[in-house]
Design a protein around this ligand. Sequence first.
Ligand SMILES: C[S@@+](CC[C@H](N)C(=O)[O-])C[C@H]1O[C@@H](n2cnc3c(N)ncnc32)[C@H](O)[C@@H]1O
Length: 372
Amino acid sequence: MKEQENKLYDIFLVTQLGIESIAEKELRLKFPHLTDYEVCTGGILLYSINLSNCVSLQHQMRTTTRILLRFYETKVRDLPKLYNKCKKLPWNQYFIGSIPKINIKSKSSRLFDDRKIESAISGAIREYQEANAVKKKVLETYKDHKCELYIRIENDHATFSLDLTGQRMDLRSDKPFSDKAPLRSTIAAAMTCACIDKLEAIRNIYCPMAGTGTLTKEFQNFYRPIKRKFSYMKSPLFETLSFKYLEGPEDTLSNLSFSSSDLDQASLEAMSKNLIEGKVHKEDFYNVKDLQEKTLIIVNPPYNKRVKYDSSPQNFIKRFSEHLQTLSPEIACIIHPHRFKLKGYEQQVIGPINNGGIKTYLSILSKQNRQR
Ligand SMILES: C[S@@+](CC[C@H](N)C(=O)[O-])C[C@H]1O[C@@H](n2cnc3c(N)ncnc32)[C@H](O)[C@@H]1O
């Protein structure tokens, strides 16, 4: 068992398209000792990770959608060979007594029919399970857990991964009340992470147009572990590890004060229940006349898709930009299909970010010559 704990795996942190570089920033901030990795389209591939670091990553990485543990790689050119190789794999190490959901992606390979590939792999798993029956008590412990495998075949090279996550990681289960057009928590965390090294001069975080409070919540929780259940907890591979996630770096955000507002009553009610820290109030953003000193505005304004503007897109952008300019926050971090600029501000743009199928950008505007 010790041997299993010390074994090293390559793992893939899946991210939404467009936030890979921010996920890398989070990784470096929270796991400075993990230096052997590659940033790819759609995620980060980490090399030689032990199981206890897998557990910590699963709970600490807030910009990640899913974590996949690579446990087998092989050349495959035909189904009978795939079947024969698969029936020899030690499946009971990963799951017991059930057939997982198998997700297949095949590209530039002789094997391309997903249904046939899936049927070969699940048939091989069944044959393995019949030949390697476990005790009834062990079977009872594991049989109801339906895990997922991700198989990627590219140029006849197959990579088998075990999903450690289960339900997507942006579903945190700490924000029970939803409303129209909520932002994915992973993108909200990415917005926090994008601003995290600009906070020395900041005392207040203000989220106008806050909807159900996702942005505020993710800002407050950036250094806190995600405490929901994950799929790895039901895998025999992790059974000797206690499900303790290493705490992240100390919560360096506790000196900030938070306030969030929205003009919509239903959003406000959901937000009041979702946010246990900071002030929540009903307010039309355009009625805000001034800000407290040292304020960072973080905002996900309507896109005119699910939440409509009450004017033309051009007028909306103009009014919103002019109002921000008047309020003159220290920093503004905006996610929107439009890229914002303000006079007297340095502009950093990250994206495009796939935000629920909509192409958006992160505009981070920092007041030039800020006094520190
Ligand atoms: C895209 S949604 C924000 C979603 C939010 N980030 C979440 O995850 O729940 C935009 C929000 O802006 C609010 N809104 C639109 N115009 C506003 C205004 N003038 N003042 C305040 N809130 C406004 C809408 O009620 C809506 O909740």
